[in-house]
Ligand binder design. Structure first.
Ligand SMILES: Cc1cc2nc3c(=O)[nH]c(=O)nc-3n(C[C@H](O)[C@H](O)[C@H](O)COP(=O)(O)OP(=O)(O)OC[C@H]3O[C@@H](n4cnc5c(N)ncnc54)[C@H](O)[C@@H]3O)c2cc1C
Length: 510
């Protein structure tokens, strides 16, 4: 189905749509493509010039950089948790991927160097060699994560807010469902402490969680840990050829092939209400669009504080905010470097922590991705791209003059480059290109409140039970993306997209 071409007048109203999706992050795009593939007429309104949000890409001087995500789950060929493969497939798209033999090379205090190999046994053996007295505990902990993953991977992942689906899944997989129900209220730290005593190894489990949940194991839901700690060995980590931004490009093209429309430079200013119901949106230029359902891919804070600014925040959102807070943003360095900097055998992803006490502090943990080791086409000949990023808070970047901001950015960038020197000696002389992004940059270009990476628990919670699903207390309005179940990460927000589209499709009767 093709939408009626909208009139040029900024005051005109467009009323043709089944669903409007605000934002083309991975959560928004998966929702939109799923709905379009079911026959719904979908409009995606994206504030920026390209699709993908934190899963997008940008080009500078012959380098193609990933905006955020580079370590990609969900591209496996088998099971049900390969949600990126499935989302693309639903709109007739496929991306060639390059298998990463090692998920992460950790560089940790006390010279603890560990590689998480794609091969599970190789990883368990290597970690066991570092902690021989904990071999049994290591295996039991990671094996229990497999039990969670195997249950997830045995069922179609759709909306837990839809009773018909829940009954279907339960009756076809009762044991898997009961197993997942057992783990829903648990955290990864609870499981780790059942089997592991060594404090340094428990720290290792903390960084294993922190590197994607940005909280230590005690605050990380067991379901998410089961997914990440097992899928890296099952479907594996696979890099999309041409860069991560290709996923969003393919989904956006697939959406249009299925009758949907995506408009860039279309920032939504507010959600239009009729009585207590969301019925449309208004862009910053005044143009209005109406639809039977409105789906926000902006964070829940942006959705309820800004887009619904004139509506009193619903109690359910207030209570969610009592449980979850905004995580920090990142200081991001996108570097182009001479290829001879990297010795043969260098892995694509690295994590550096010099002091366990500082792991959660601003600039405490340094994340490093070098996608050109998998896909050299992303940089000019003889060069690599390096994305190095470290958690940082917006407060550190406010109330600065333009000159102070620039100087502070430069100083912070070179401080990260010096840290990188510990794993790549000589890097200070190898830099050919540098682009620095702060929390302010993330806020501006991704439209995310304070540039936050997403919600994190305020305190220890009952696993994933406190995360909201896609429906909201406002009739007609849904949320999708990393501030809905099950949280951050491209494959996780794809899950949220499948669930959201499923719930909306049922509500639309399609
Ligand atoms: C530095 C960094 C590294 C990361 N590394 C990884 C990784 O290696 N692996 C992994 O799986 N995940 C990683 N992530 C996390 C992952 O990228 C995110 O969890 C995921 O992309 C979030 O998707 P989303 O759909 O929730 O929203 P977003 O990506 O935030 O997209 C939201 C979109 O909505 C648009 N938008 C917002 N408000 C409006 C509005 N009012 N009007 C119109 N459009 C609007 C934005 O412009 C944006 O395009 C990383 C994230 C960052 C920042």
């Amino acid at each position: 189905m093709t939408a009626t071409a909208p009139a040029a007048s900024t005051a005109s109203i467009d009323t043709e749509w089944d669903a409007i999706v605000i934002g083309s992050g991975m959560g928004g795009l998966v929702t939109a493509t799923q709905l379009a593939s079911k026959g719904a007429k979908v409009l995606v309104l994206e504030g920026y010039t390209i699709p993908g949000g934190s899963g997008g890409a940008f080009e500078r001087k012959g380098y193609r950089f990933d905006v955020g995500a580079s370590m990609i789950f969900g591209f496996g060929e088998e099971g049900t948790t390969n949600l990126l493969t499935r989302a693309l497939d639903a709109v007739g798209a496929k991306i060639e991927t390059i298998a990463d033999p090692v998920q992460i090379h950790y560089h940790l205090p006390n010279d603890l160097e560990v590689k998480v190999h794609r091969d599970y046994e190789e990883f368990i053996a290597e970690l066991g060699d570092r902690f021989p007295h904990e071999r049994e505990g290591i295996r039991k902990f990671y094996d229990e994560c497999w039990s969670i993953f195997n249950s997830l991977n045995a069922m179609e992942l759709l909306s837990l807010e839809e009773l018909g689906y829940l009954m279907r899944v339960f009756f076809s997989n009762p044991l898997a469902c009961l197993n997942l129900a057992k783990y829903l209220p648990q955290n990864a730290g609870d499981i780790a402490r059942r089997y592991i005593r060594d404090p340094e190894l428990l720290r290792f489990i903390d960084i294993e969680c922190y590197c994607w949940s940005v909280v230590p194991a005690d605050l990380t839901p067991a379901i998410n840990a089961g997914m990440v700690f097992s899928d890296r060995h099952y479907g594996g980590i696979n890099y999309p050829k041409g860069g991560v931004g290709q996923i969003a490009v393919e989904l956006a093209e697939g959406l249009e092939r299925h009758g949907g429309t995506i408009r860039y430079k279309s920032r939504v200013k507010k959600i239009l209400m009729e009585g207590n119901r969301a019925v449309g949106v208004q862009l910053v230029n005044g143009k209005e669009f109406r639809a039977r359902r409105i789906i926000s891919n902006a964070t829940r804070w942006d959705t309820f504080d800004k887009l619904l600014g004139e509506v009193k925040t619903p109690r359910a959102e207030e209570s969610w905010r009592d449980r979850y807070q905004k995580s920090p943003s990142f200081l991001s360095l996108h570097l182009g470097v001479s290829a001879d900097l990297l010795p043969a055998g260098t892995e694509c992803h690295h994590i550096v922590v010099e002091d366990w006490e500082k792991m959660e502090e601003p600039e405490g943990t340094l994340f490093v991705s070098i996608p050109t080791l998998l896909d050299p086409s992303l940089a000019p000949d003889g060069h690599h791209i390096i994305h190095a990023f470290t958690p940082d808070w917006i407060e550190r970047w406010q109330n600065l003059t333009p000159t102070e901001y620039k100087q502070k950015k430069e100083a912070a960038a070179w401080s990260s480059i010096e840290r990188l020197g510990a794993i790549f000696p000589g890097i200070t002389h190898a830099v050919d290109y540098m682009e620095v992004g702060t929390a302010r940059t993330h806020r501006r270009f991704l439209g995310r409140v304070d540039g936050s990476y997403g919600p994190i628990p305020q305190r220890k919670l009952l696993g994933l039970l406190g995360m909201p699903f896609n429906r909201t207390s406002v009739p007609g309005l849904y949320c999708v993306g990393d501030s809905t179940f099950p949280g951050q990460g491209l494959n996780a927000v794809a899950f949220s997209g499948f669930a959201c589209a499923h719930r909306v499709a049922v509500d639309l009767g399609i």
